[in-house]
Structure formats: C-alpha cells, structure tokens
Design a protein around this ligand. Sequence first.
Ligand SMILES: [Zn+2]
Length: 718
Amino acid sequence: MSTMVKPLIPLPRKMQESPGHVRIVKYPDSLFEIIADDHSHPVFQTAREKLTTALCGKTSSRSQCAGGYPIFLSIRPDEMVPQVADAYKLNITEEKAEIIGYDAGGALYGVVTLLQLLVCMNGENWHLPLVEIEDWPEFEDRGYFFETRWGSEFLTKKDYFEIIDYCANLKINQLTIGIYGCWNLQYDYRIAEYLYVPLHTHPELQTPSPITYYSAKKGGYVNRKNVLPTMFVEDFFGEVCAYAKTRNIKIKPLFNSLGHNTLIPRMHPDVSAKNTDGSPRNFGFCLTDEKTYDLMFSIYDEIIDKYLTPNGLDGFQIGLDEVRDEHAVDVDHPFEIKSPRCDCHVCKEHTYSKLFTQYIIRLTQHLKSKGMKHVYVYHDMLMNELDVLHDDFKQELIKAGIDDVLVIDYWSYRANKNDLFRGQADRVTNQFRGIMKPWNGYYHWMIPMASLVNIRLMAEIAKKKGFEGIESYAAFEYCYDQNQAYQAELSWNADELESMESFLGRYAARVSWNRQEEARKALDLLYPIMAGGGSVFDTNYYFYCYCRVGLPYPQNYPSTLFQKLIVTENGSRLNNLRKVAKEAGEAAAFFAFDLQGAPNDRIKLAWALTAKHYAVHADELATLLLLHNAFNAGTISEKGLLTSIGRLKEQRHDLIAFAECARMEATQYTYIRNMSLCYQLLADLERYLEDCINKNVRAKFDLTDLSHVTCKEFDLLR
Ligand SMILES: [Zn+2]
C-alpha cells in the first residue's frame, strides 16, 4: 500500500511512510471531522478553509462527520525542528491526522501537502496514506517574477487569484509583479511600453496597445486598438496584494527606474538624459537634476501609500538593469543609437559609476523612509558594467544607512555552468544581501521552453553563497509548469540539487497520476526539444520581429529565415526538423489522450498544446523545405503543391483553434498573433497557387523570396 503515497513537489525534507491507508470519504458520505485551533491569522483561516472546502467537496452533502476520523490543524512553534518560518509537521495515522504549523504559513503548507496526498480509489472513496512528514524550507524567499510584457498586460483579477493559488500550492511565498517597464521597437511598429497601475499623480502615463490575431474560432481577424492593461483599467493591484497575503505570499512591485525606460523620459523631457547642448534625449534620466528625484519619489509614494502600506508590504524592486546604449527606442528614428547616460554639464563632472551608485542610494534611502525593508536592484550594471560590488560600495551603503535593506538581484539565464554571468560567476558576492534569479520561461507568446539546468545551476550558487532566496525571471504562463515546479522544489528542498531524476519522475506523476509512465515518456521526448536541442526555437517569427541595425524594419520574414535554412545551411536541418515533428507528435498524441478524462486540467492542456505546437511547427518547416526542393526539381505539380499547402494550413488552423481553448485568454492573444503569421503565409500560398492553376500559368515557388505571394494582412502582422 505504500505505493499509494503520491509523489510530492516540493519533496518534503523528511518523510516516513507506513503500509496502509485511511479512508476519509466513502462517497457520498464524509468520514472525517476537521478540528482546527482558534487562530485569527488570515493565512491560518485560508489553511482551514482550503482543507474544509477540498475535503467536503469530495462528499455529496459537502459536510463533515461529527465524531469521525479527526484531522487536527494547529500552530505549535515549540514542537518544530528546525524553528524556521513556514515549517510544518504532518502525521497521518489510522487514528488521526495532525497538521502542525510552526506558524500560519506552515499550517497552510501542511494542508497543501495533505491535499496532494489524497487519492481516489474505486472512483469514489478518498484515502490518505499513512505518513509522517517533517518539512521546512531551504530558502526564506521563494518567488517568481512576472515581467511587464506581452500577454501579462491582459491578465484579469481572476487570473491573478488563480495564479496565486497555483503558486501557494508550490509553497512559493514571494511574487514580484512588474508594473512598469519598456522594451524596444518590435511588433506593430511600436515601442512596447507597459504601465499596469494608474498613477493619479501622473495621468499622462498610459500604455495602450493593439490586439491583433487570426482567430480560428471566429474564422477571421480580431483587431482591437488602444487596449489598456486590464490591471490599469480596473486598478486591482491592491486586491491582488491583499489576496496573496492570505495565501502567505508577499507581493512586491517592480517599477523600472532607469533601464527599460522610454515612456517616462519621453513624456517628461525635463528628467530625461540631455545632449551636450542641453536638449532632452527622451531616453534615460538626468541623475543630477532634482526633478528626476521629485518625479520618481512621487510615483513611488503613490504606489506605496495606495497598494503596499495598506497590505503591510515592505518590498520594492527598482530594476536598473540593462542601462545601455540602444537603438529602436525612438519610433521616428529607429536606427539611431541613444545613450541613457546624461551629457549635461553637471552630470559630466562625475563618473557614471558615481552617478549610478548615488542614484541607487538616494532611491533606496527614500524607499526605506517609506517603510520598505527590502529594496531589490539588478546586479548587471553594478557587477558587469561598473564593477562596484566591493567593499567601498558596502561602506557607502552602511554610511547611508541602507545596507540592511538593499538586496542584489543576480540574474543569469544560461544552461551551461561556464556561461553563467558571462563566465564570471565567481564575481557573485555575498558581501551584500542577495537573491538568485534563474530563468523560468518568458517568451510564452512564442513557443514554450525548458530551463531546468539553468534553475539548478542558479540554485546551487544561491545555496553556496547562503543567499536569502531564489526568485525567477519569468513571465507567467501555465506552459512553464515544469520549470516553475522545479524552481519551487529547489527553493524549498536544496537536498534535491544532486540529481534531477527524482524530480522528473515525480513531475510526470504531477502531470498524470494515472498514467505516469507514459507521461514520463512523453515528457522525455519533449525535454531535449524544449531545452533548445530541436532546431526549432530560432526559426520562430519572434526572432525576426526586432528592429536590427543593418536589416530592414520590419524584417523580410519568412524569406530571411528560409534563406538561412536553404542557402546558408544548405537544408541540413531537415532531418532534425522531421525528428522533432515525429517525437513531438508522439508526445502530443499521448497528451491529447490523457486530456480526455480531465478536459479542463490546466497543466494537461498546457502540455497538450506545447507538444502539438512543436509537432506542427517542425512539420510545417520540414514539409515546406521538401516541397521547395520537389517543386523546383519538377517532381511535383502545382496541384500536388496545393494539396500539401492545404494540409499545412488546416493543421495550423487546428493548432490555433486548440490554443483558443487551452490557454488563458490573456496569454492567447500574443501567442496566436505569432502563429497568425504562419497561418496567413499558408493561406496566401494557397490562394496564389489556386490562381496560377486557374490561369494555367507556371507558379513560382521560392521560399527565399515570397514577395509575390504575401498579402496586406501578412505585411501588417510582420
Ligand atoms: Zn544630467
């Protein structure tokens, strides 16, 4: 019977299984009674409600059984070894179950674990295995970051609440929500700017954007203009903070305060970096003008007073990454390279290193005066560009009274140990407070990727350096469940750093408890492809939608891609693409089958969609390459070509239709927009070939130049 113990993620630190189990629901009847201490802590209330709702939900009467099998829920800090926040004990015997939290967070995590252990037998009876668990986290901070980026701007309050519950079930206790950040000129001839909270002190700061994609459901294009971020319109950031707090999750905002910044310096040229003649550059900030500080402080104060202080929150991420020369930051002059470093006569008197560190010190002092106890700043400028993470800076922080609040946020996303931190991981220092930021997945609008190796490497450094936490770099999507679950595991239980094998097995069970062996096979097929070994990743349109010096903007997609595949690489990727199509197709078949019993299971849906996406994308490219050769060698006719293109178009249409069912609406728009290009290209090819056949003229089918084929819709998407 010990095989009844469901694999847990994160894996508990100590777990003793005994043979046997205890039945707590004999459908339709309840056989249990929940006996909870009387605590008013909101997280404890959540723990009790969660336990009650989940267990009663298994009965027909949605009730408990007075005098039945007792399930005790309490907080008893004295009984815990080690005595750390969020620790818990869970003891399930034939006589009783006991969940004992070190604190309210521990009580909640004990409930989370108990519910994950619950198994259904014979389709109606619910059982718990006999286990004794002692569990506590490795890191005090276990968090994810949600970047201000495509898709996340349309997340609704309901989406956030569901995501918060998902995170709490992985014992995550920190979420950084990006609320302001800007990205270079890319899609739709616009600079991608995002502000997720309305600022009453600065109503001029707004970031409307378009939604454009081909909807298979509607059989036509969806075109919406000037859509503001949902959180901005409904102003629900405070409610998200409040909800998360009841789930033992602290929210902190990221408001990028220098890097990734075009909106503020464009709307407020007086604070922008200046040219030598004093004219504003509409990019970067002047770091010696008091107006810059007045503006930043007024924004910070509004955010803190409105959203953080009322919810007892005390963390703030100020960003300051990638403060570097950029092109594609001015729509009118996309190829002009602009520097964020101010050339006014006052700034010119100081080194940039001095200006930058003084800026951080003043921002942090202000935030500390507003009650912030944790002020996060990215490492890259301080470590790589300015090389100031040494004793002098430490002394300056001490002198300024902020060494206790400033936390260095170290990010690096490579999967090779020698590539981490540009090959300089030895420069990561624990002389300051620090957290590690692995990459959990970000381009959810493109094609989902795996980053388990990066997560493990970064967790190793966090452990070695004794950092206080691990918080991902990411934009949230359920398609990153495996990455998210692995980071949650290593943040909680660093004993699992040794090997990934145990996690992979338990993860397959998380995806499909009833078919874990087949799930493991399907996941094993996908993993190398998703980790970048499948020749697919860099063929995505996303890599061709940036404004690049030396190339036209918009880029000549897909001709540039096919020139690379056909001319530069001489078709050498074909076999690999066919292999990906076959293997991802096998995985897709399993996930589609596995979905049948649980059509609304988010994780199963995400996997089914990911596998199908890889299979379709790889098949489409491989088939187009084959057709290009065959048609130009004269081995197939226009009609043969048309039949194959028609098949590819149907296949892409089906994929889009599935994405419209499988994904959250918020992250659908951008994901399908990228796919819409592939669909439109096939539709254009089909129409062109039909035309040629009707007019009885020889078609030109050259993938390296499709300018005679693509229509207006395609060009607008590109
Ligand atoms: Zn200046």
